[in-house]
Write a protein that binds this ligand. Structure first.
Ligand SMILES: Cc1cc2nc3c(=O)[nH]c(=O)nc-3n(C[C@H](O)[C@H](O)[C@H](O)COP(=O)(O)OP(=O)(O)OC[C@H]3O[C@@H](n4cnc5c(N)ncnc54)[C@H](O)[C@@H]3O)c2cc1C
Length: 321
């Protein structure tokens, strides 16, 4: 699967661009599920100013998606038309600030944020030890675990909009709800400031070890997965509904519902993105049949199906008897 190469045209229109542009960059290697097609254009900005210049200078009808560490992402088999942005080195700074605050770039892995906080004697961020995404992904998903969410610790963020304007956003601006952020989906977060409390590094490191041990025992963290597949419906648990619908261990092609945690889907070795999406939709349909609850995807699905193939609920209609 290859898209027409747009890179020469973009380079010509953006002579001062400092970031890297690549045509038809495979994405499977940089997502947890290890499936899916390429990005038509893959852009790694040098820094926030470079990103702003890029956004202001590209055709307005070119679709742009940003990805982080791909831990909550399903890239479809036909790849992603338009531009996929992935932040790298220019967004990986971490700085300790007065008042038990940490400022960091949004390419920083959550685990690294947790560790930097522990080293600096800042408590309250240990829960990030268990989330294998980036700070950008945590802002977009209001990532949370062990009773805390990003909305409990964020002070402010910075973002670049599709016109290339840079914004400072307060916690209220982020309009966080469960696994959701109210900032438009086509804005890219570039920086964040977190508030912690004074703490003892040894105690915080101990908390982080406990988080890691809990994960190892209860989640398939060594598998090719996308984390929780569906959001918990109000007052209920997605995994309980999935279990009650008899879906634990269910298979479609190379995709399987985890035996360890049945709200996790696993690429068992040779799954396609279509197998995984079809399995997810089959689970949704069975849960709807048995409990009446319509589960909402937490995993973000991007890109096109392979030629002529279906996506979304249409996949399940053919599978569920
Ligand atoms: C084993 C495992 C365990 C997990 N446990 C948890 C958990 O306990 N709690 C939890 O909340 N999540 C969990 N997740 C899901 C996932 O780690 C989080 O949702 C994480 O915040 C996603 O970050 P990411 O960088 O991987 O984003 P991606 O998966 O790459 O992208 C997810 C979304 O974030 C957007 N995004 C990424 N970066 C930016 C940016 N810079 N600006 C704007 N938007 C951006 C993308 O467009 C996409 O919509 C788990 C996943 C796995 C695989």
């Amino acid at each position: 699967m290859r898209f027409p190469d747009l890179v020469p045209q973009l380079k010509a229109a953006l002579p001062e661009l400092r970031g890297r542009l690549t045509a038809n960059q495979p994405l499977a290697d940089i997502t947890w599920f290890r499936v899916g097609g390429p990005a038509q254009v893959f852009y790694a900005p040098a820094d926030a100013d470079d990103l702003a210049y890029f956004r202001a200078g590209i055709p307005t009808d070119l679709q742009v998606i940003v990805i982080g560490l791909g831990s909550n992402l399903l890239v479809r088999d036909g790849g992603v038309p338009g531009v996929v942005i992935r932040l790298g080195r220019g967004f990986s700074q971490v700085a300790i600030e007065p008042g038990h605050r940490i400022r960091c770039g949004t390419a920083v892995p959550d685990v690294k944020l947790a560790r930097a906080a522990a080293d600096a004697g800042i408590s309250g961020l240990a829960f990030y030890r268990g989330i294998p995404g980036s700070v950008g992904g945590a802002l977009r998903m209001n990532g949370g675990a062990h009773g805390r969410e990003t909305k409990d610790v964020l002070v402010e963020a910075r973002a670049v909009d599709p016109q290339g304007r840079q914004h400072a956003l307060s916690l209220a601006d982020m309009d966080f709800t469960y696994r959701h952020c109210g900032i438009p989906a086509d804005w890219t977060f570039t920086e964040a400031v977190f508030q912690g409390m004074p703490g003892e590094p040894a105690e915080i490191l101990q908390q982080m070890s406990e988080v890691a041990e809990y994960r190892e025992a209860n989640q398939p963290i060594k598998d090719r997965t996308g984390g929780s597949t569906f959001k918990n419906p109000p007052g209920d648990s997605a995994w309980k509904l999935i279990d009650a619908a008899g879906c634990r261990g269910l298979r479609v092609g190379g995709a399987k519902v985890s035996e360890l945690h049945c709200n996790f889907l696993i690429n068992d070795g040779n799954a396609t993105a279509e197998d995984i999406e079809r399995l997810g939709e089959t689970v949704r349909a069975r849960v709807r049949q048995t409990s009446g609850v319509v589960l909402q995807w937490e995993i973000v699905r991007i890109g096109l199906a392979r030629d002529g193939k279906l996506t979304g609920e249409a996949l399940a209609e053919m599978t569920v008897g």
